[in-house]
Design a protein around this ligand. Structure first.
Ligand code: C5P
Length: 142
């Protein structure tokens, strides 16, 4: 059976953020062992809970996972990732945030690093995240 004849994939809404520092670098987080896509570097974020506004998800996830506070006015999606994984279709708005406070930490044991937008191309990222890189290079420079 081809994919077009099969039952539609469940839609999963995940928000992701490009947190930008003063040097124009972007924060990426490594998916921890035991999770799907373990070891890959991703834009931080998480699943939008039923009834939750995506911007509220972003604020919540960044506080829980990275320990930073983002201010809502800085949040507006730059673009959307859309990728069919084997068991779900991921729709993922990417927000860009330059105004935030706190010191980023991997509060769930995950590694974090700051990279230039063009250096994102050298990282192993989930297939949904990779197509977002050119948007960040255009917006922030290489
Ligand atoms: O992080 P979490 O496991 O809740 O995300 C659900 C799924 O969304 C992941 O298994 C992964 O396939 C996908 N995802 C992604 N890129 C991200 C975050 C999540 O492809 N930045």
């Amino acid at each position: 059976m081809t994919r077009s004849e099969a039952a539609p994939l469940r839609l999963l809404l995940v928000v992701a953020v490009a947190l930008v520092d003063r040097d124009g670098r972007v924060l990426v987080s490594q998916r921890p062992p035991g999770k799907q896509l373990a070891g890959l570097w991703e834009f931080p974020g998480g699943k939008v809970e039923p009834g939750e506004r995506p911007e509220a998800t972003l604020i919540r996830e960044l506080a829980e996972e990275i320990g930073v506070r983002v201010e809502e006015p800085c949040l507006a999606p730059l673009t959307f990732a859309s990728h069919a994984y084997e068991s779900f279709h991921l729709l993922m708005p990417l927000y860009v945030c330059r105004r935030w406070s706190g010191t980023p930490q991997g509060l769930e044991g995950q590694a974090l690093k700051w990279v230039r937008p063009s250096a994102l191309r050298d990282l192993a990222m989930p297939p949904a995240d990779e197509p977002l890189i050119p948007f960040l290079v255009d917006l922030l420079g290489p």
